[in-house]
Design a protein around this ligand. Structure first.
Ligand code: XLS
Ligand code: NI
Ligand code: NI
Length: 436
């Protein structure tokens, strides 16, 4: 029996459509700069928010109506939920999904029981993938909900928690591999600290690096060639997460020889919690050759926590897609909606509205970014700002033909420089608005 009997495959109807169950901008087959929108955007639905989110918050219980879910922690319920999830992915036209081990299958009373539960659900996931053609963007393990991880997993003061986490990731990697996952993500969970008086930060970070190296080694052993990602986030649940932002992650990966093995999975709400824009985070990652994938969502301007709302802001999606195009497009990554409907949006149909809106916003962002690049005006204006580096002194400095002494001599002769090249921020912003 269908879980969404009143919804058929979401069609593309164009910008004038008033049908709330249609795309206005996302036309999967439309070619934009040499690739279909489907292949540029590689949309992915997350299992945790969309199929496990209850709407509970610190002030009250869940509100979501999910008639297909009997609320039990049984394997049958999990298997049935998996079939519903694929009905949703298919009707939406999302080519990918992503999950944590514990989203898809219930945790058992022992590790072996949990592993067996996961296998039983993975079997259904595999069948559904084969039937529908929907693929796994990445898998991950939940190393933060169970009380055993109260101090973190890889960075726990308790070595047993590290060991349990390792066992759990080993299994999650095997299942991801079995399902043909194109990536595997590490988000910090509780890997951080609440209080420095009780924390050996250096030791914890070394343990995290050791843990990631074990994952890299195990991937080789089982022939998993998917991309590893690390997902920056500055706080929540801990006061300070070790993978706090893109720059911190890159530094950590470099320090511990992990940069060849991991790319970044960037999330908008995490960027803003870190005091950055998503555009900033994407540039930091892109410039280091480590832009892997994005968790597409947004925070709320007036709320200071990780609200994980669906992205609808066209400037945001334009900036995201501009950075994606600039750095060569996604390879294993995609636009993964790590986003949840609001607690008050409790009906199943809201899941469709939310994803349709996010997909349309990204489709527009893609087309706007492509138009900006094709026109070349913005890039030309940026190039003009740096014109002094293209010839004469600037070119000579870049070519390594100068040092402090030669530059001092030059400036002693000249005495002063003349300002040139206004920042023209306002003009830049006006030009951007011509495309948006
Ligand atoms: C939480 C993270 C999480 C990761 C996957 O804030 O965004 O959902 O994406 O563990
Ligand atoms: Ni995320
Ligand atoms: Ni988040």
């Amino acid at each position: 029996m269908a879980a969404f009997p009143d919804v058929s495959k979401i069609p593309f109807e164009g910008p004038d459509s008033r049908n709330p169950l249609a795309f206005r901008y996302y036309d999967a087959n439309e070619v934009v700069v040499g690739k279909t929108m489907r292949d540029h955007l590689r949309f992915s639905v997350v299992y945790w928010h969309t199929f496990r989110g209850t709407g509970a918050d610190p002030f009250g219980p869940g509100t979501m109506q999910r008639p297909w879910d009997d609320g039990s922690e049984s394997v049958e319920n999990a298997q049935n939920r998996a079939r519903v999830a694929f009905e949703f992915f298919e009707k939406l036209g999302a080519p990918y999904y992503a999950f944590h081990d514990r989203d898809v299958a219930p945790e058992g009373r022992s590790l072996s029981e949990s592993n067996a539960n996961l296998d039983a659900v993975a079997k259904v996931l595999k069948e559904e993938q084969q039937r529908s053609g929907v693929k796994l963007l990445w898998g991950t393990a939940n190393l933060f909900s169970n009380p055993r991880y109260m101090h973190g997993a890889a960075t726990s003061c308790n070595a047993d928690a590290f060991a349990y986490g390792a066992a759990q990731v080993k299994k999650a990697m095997e299942v991801t591999h079995e399902l043909g996952g194109e990536g595997y993500t590490f988000w910090g969970g509780r890997e951080g600290y609440q209080c420095l008086w009780n924390t050996d930060m250096q030791r914890e970070q070394e343990h995290l690096a050791k843990f990631l190296h074990m994952a890299v080694d195990y991937a080789k052993e089982i022939g998993f060639t998917g991309q590893f990602y690390i997902e920056p986030k500055p706080k929540e649940p801990t006061k300070h997460q070790y993978d706090s932002d893109a720059a911190a992650c890159l530094n950590f990966l470099r320090q511990y020889d992990l940069l060849p093995h991991l790319k970044l999975n960037l999330e908008t709400n995490h960027a803003t919690l870190a005091g950055h824009t998503m555009h900033h985070e994407m540039e930091v990652a892109g410039a280091a050759g480590a832009l892997g994938s994005i968790d597409a969502n947004t925070g709320d301007l007036l709320l200071g926590w990780d609200t994980d709302q669906f992205p609808t802001d066209i400037y945001l999606t334009t900036q995201c897609m501009l950075a994606v195009l600039k750095y060569g497009g996604f390879t294993t990554g995609g636009v993964n909606f790590d986003a949840k409907v609001r607690r008050e949006s409790f009906e199943p149909i809201d899941l469709f509205y939310a994803h349709i809106g996010g997909m349309d916003a990204f489709a527009r962002g893609l087309k706007i970014a492509a138009a900006m690049i094709a026109d070349g005006r913005l890039a030309g204006m940026v190039q003009d700002r740096y014109a002094s580096w293209d010839e004469g002194l600037g070119a000579a400095i870049e070519a390594g033909q100068h040092d402090f002494k030669s530059l001092e001599k030059l400036m002693l002769d000249r005495g002063e420089i003349t300002p040139n090249a206004s920042g023209r921020q306002e003009l830049f912003e006006n030009v951007v608005n011509q495309y948006v």
